[in-house]
Design a protein around this ligand. Structure first.
Ligand SMILES: [Zn+2]
Length: 448
């Protein structure tokens, strides 16, 4: 194994101990709660990785001198090393309907989503899209995602297999829909239960993969199907749940018609025992204080999907109310309702949503939400999300010189917060120089 500061990033593949030198930032808590004590920043730092896990983190001067002779040092000076981004809500089967024009949620599902998802009955198609999607995640610096597949078992196999061969930590599940959808994407309460049970047995806990019971949303499941979702969670402790709630006013009104006994949309899920730890609900826009209290009390998390909420005209997420209620919040790209798989683009739009709501999303809190906050929303913050010793070494390397405009703005940015803000307002996949999974480089921009 070559050694010394000139070693290339690919040498990290050789295993053993590798040190990565550059500017390093991570979080140990929420800046909205802890202020400056929430982050750790090393202008010239070293992240030491052994067997895929963080072995040490510190300033270069002291950390390099403590390395054993001959240790490999990868030089990322001039770039910013962060924990890998966590996307808490995305649909891989909607990759091909991103940027589809002119509809709000319910019409958008009918016109674009269901026809696209019907194609996933073909395992070959599912495999091809899954491969493309995972490569895109890595190109955007996203190392963990919670992913909707489709109604078809083969779509779940495809996304898990694509993540498994890259050793990614990923959560996914088969969509459950037994009413109000075309037959091509419909299951039954019993077949959905049986398929989910078999998929849990096959994939949950295998390598770095986790299974999520995945009712699309209340309007497309019968009460019997929602009841069986609760049973799946009861029978399989540790399994996740993902769904949507309170995205669009028309959808909220439809739920009130379908479940006349419910106090609110969220209350439907609550009734079937679906609010719990490891449950993640996308959007959470049209909620009331009681709903937020229920989410906080049960440990369920919200996924804030800014680009999707703006694109579909759904509404403005209330980040302040969520924080004050003590609810876990992560960020979601929600492609294909969302318009980018880039967490930097998502942060840009999240900032604007908060501006429109009369709130401010600080640069530090933004990057917390994209990393440790997302990990905490998924109850994975004991494994990923920051660089504590023992954590899985998934990280992203950002390049402040990725475009002429960004380089120019960065040259005039003196403080860390200014540079983070320039990354999130001006950045996209071009700002991602490299992405590492368990220390190993899984993506480098332009293949250089
Ligand atoms: Zn969604």
């Amino acid at each position: 194994m070559p050694s010394g500061p000139s070693a290339s990033a690919d040498d990290a593949n050789a295993g053993g101990l590798t040190a990565f030198r550059g500017e390093i930032l991570d979080f140990i808590g929420d800046p909205a709660t802890l202020g400056d004590a929430a982050h750790r920043h090393f202008p010239d730092g070293v992240l030491v990785v052994r067997d895929g896990r963080v072995a040490a983190l510190g300033p270069a001067a002291s950390t390099l001198s403590a390395l054993p002779a001959g240790a490999t040092v990868i030089d990322y000076r001039g770039k910013l090393i962060l924990p890998g981004f966590v996307d808490t809500h995305v649909h891989f089967a909607q990759t091909d309907v991103i940027a589809s024009y002119g509809a709000q949620l319910l019409e958008w599902l009918e016109r674009y989503t269901f026809p696209a998802e019907a194609r996933f009955a073909d395992p070959g198609h599912a495999h091809e899209v899954a491969e493309f999607f995972i490569a895109e995640l890595l190109r955007n610096g996203t190392t963990t995602a919670m992913v909707f597949a489709t109604t078809h078992v083969s779509s779940v196999d495809a996304i898990f297999e694509a993540a498994r061969v890259r050793a990614m930590r990923l959560i996914a599940g088969k969509v459950l829909m037994d009413r109000n959808v075309p037959e091509t994407v419909r299951d039954t309460a019993d077949s959905g239960f049986a398929d989910s049970k078999a998929l849990i047995g096959k994939w949950h806990g295998r390598d770095r993969l986790g299974y999520a019971v995945t009712p699309r949303f209340a309007p497309t499941s019968t009460e019997r199907q929602l009841e069986l979702c609760g049973r799946l969670l009861d029978e399989h402790p540790g399994v996740f749940l993902q769904s949507h709630v309170a995205e669009n006013r028309g959808e909220v009104a439809w739920v009130a018609e379908l479940f006349p006994w419910s106090r609110s949309y969220l209350d439907v899920y609550d009734h079937y025992g679906l609010l719990r730890e490891r449950s993640v609900f996308a959007h959470c826009i049209h909620l009331d204080p009681t709903d937020r209290q229920r989410m906080a009390a049960t440990g369920a998390a919200m996924s804030f999907c800014a680009t999707s909420n703006l694109f579909l005209g759904s509404g403005l997420f209330d980040a302040k109310a969520a924080h004050e209620a003590g609810v876990r919040v992560g960020l979601g790209t929600d492609v294909g309702g969302g318009t980018s798989l880039s967490m930097l683009r998502t942060l840009d739009e999240s900032y604007k949503v908060c501006q429109l709501a009369g709130q401010s999303l600080s640069p530090l809190r933004s990057f917390y939400l994209a990393t440790l906050g997302g990990a905490a929303a998924l109850y994975l913050d004991d494994r990923i999300g920051n660089f504590d010793v023992g954590r899985e070494a998934d990280f992203v390397v950002l390049d402040p010189g990725s475009t002429p405009l960004m380089a120019r703005r960065m040259a005039r940015a003196e403080r860390l917060e200014e540079r983070l803000f320039a990354f999130m307002i001006l950045g996209d996949d071009r700002a991602v120089h490299a992405t590492h999974i368990l220390g190993t480089r899984a993506h480098v921009r332009d293949g250089t």
